[in-house]
Write a protein that binds this ligand. Structure first.
Ligand code: NCD
Length: 313
């Protein structure tokens, strides 16, 4: 593994190896001194052309906890606003010899484009509607922590599937680990053919559910997604208004009751409180939303370490 662009490039064995690697770093957060040395002297550039809170911070922390230098560059303050192309920006960053470039961009394919010519590791931190592989890995780690194993689990992914890179990476990642997936949304937010993105595997494991109650019925995991309003520009309206969508597809204590009594509630963040998830559920005992954030640091440590120096002995 030289880059991490897409979950499609990983098989189940690779994914489990990354999750096991991440497990080593889960408890580091409880130590008074949260510092290891395996990336001492290494440089990680974190380049965000789209807004980010969790992903940026956790990549930076992950790099620093392994003693790498972490440098943050945001799109709005970079020279792309002066007309520089993504590839030229990439070439210039490469000229400073980083060991890894973490990149988020609105263009699906941005990370793959950089990886093609890069001499260092390229990690996709979200490319348009395409993929967000480290999010899926940290989600799988969170589920594994609560259920031990993903084999046979019923996972409902609910909301704006159309515009969600988190959904696409999770469909691939969770189905490779043996879960079954229900994609729950009005037809207008369920892209045609989405169940085929992983070929025969996902054709078998993914079910489309245009009714929330059916989608949640007996689910072990409920993963809620935000409506990605920023990606709707120029599109015909997909639903009458957000309030109606919230009423028919929002997760509340009432609708969560359709899922298994011990179902966990996930969300990649940022949550829109009272829209896709009620405050009672978001702050309730079934929510593992903040644990996902904690796993984000451990998994990103594992990914950076594997790509830069390999797996520790
Ligand atoms: C997600 C993203 O950026 O794709 N957030 C994240 O990385 N945790 C989801 C979103 O923005 O809704």
């Amino acid at each position: 593994m030289r880059h991490l662009v897409s979950i499609a490039d990983l098989d189940a064995k690779d994914i489990v190896a990354i999750l096991d690697h991440g497990d080593r770093y889960w408890s580091l957060a409880d130590e008074p001194i949260k510092k290891l040395t395996s990336l001492r002297g290494r440089t990680v550039m974190i380049v965000m052309f789209e807004s980010s809170t969790r992903t940026r911070t956790s990549f930076e922390l992950a790099a620093k906890r392994l003693s790498a230098e972490a440098i943050n560059i945001s799109g709005s303050s970079s020279s792309t606003t002066k007309g520089e192309t993504l590839l030229d920006t990439g070439r210039n960053l490469q000229a400073m010899h980083p060991d890894a470039i973490v990149v988020r961009h609105a263009f699906g394919g941005a990370a793959a484009m950089l990886a093609k010519t890069a001499k260092c590791a390229v990690i996709n931190a979200g490319d348009g509607q395409h993929e967000h592989p480290t999010q899926a890995l940290l989600d799988a780690a969170t589920i594994r922590r609560h259920r031990g194993n993903l084999e046979g689990l019923e996972v409902a992914i609910v909301g704006d599937i159309s515009h969600s890179r988190v959904a696409r990476s999770n469909i691939l990642c969770l189905s490779k680990l043996g879960a079954r997936i229900r994609l729950v949304a009005p037809w207008t937010l369920l892209p045609r053919g989405i169940e085929l993105i992983g070929g025969d595997l996902t054709r078998e494991r993914v079910r489309l559910c245009p009714r929330l109650e059916d989608g949640l019925d007996g689910a072990d995991v409920v993963m809620m997604l935000r409506v990605q309003h920023e990606r709707f520009e120029g599109e015909a309206p997909r639903f009458p208004n957000t309030r109606e969508l919230s009423r028919t597809f929002g997760l509340s204590e009432r609708t969560l009751a359709y899922a298994k009594p011990d179902a966990i509630v996930m969300h990649p963040g940022p949550i829109n409180r009272g829209v896709e998830v009620s405050p009672q559920v978001a702050d309730g005992p079934r929510a593992v939303i903040l644990q996902q954030v904690s796993w984000g640091v451990a998994i990103r440590m594992a990914v950076l370490e594997r790509l830069i120096v390999g797996e520790p002995a």
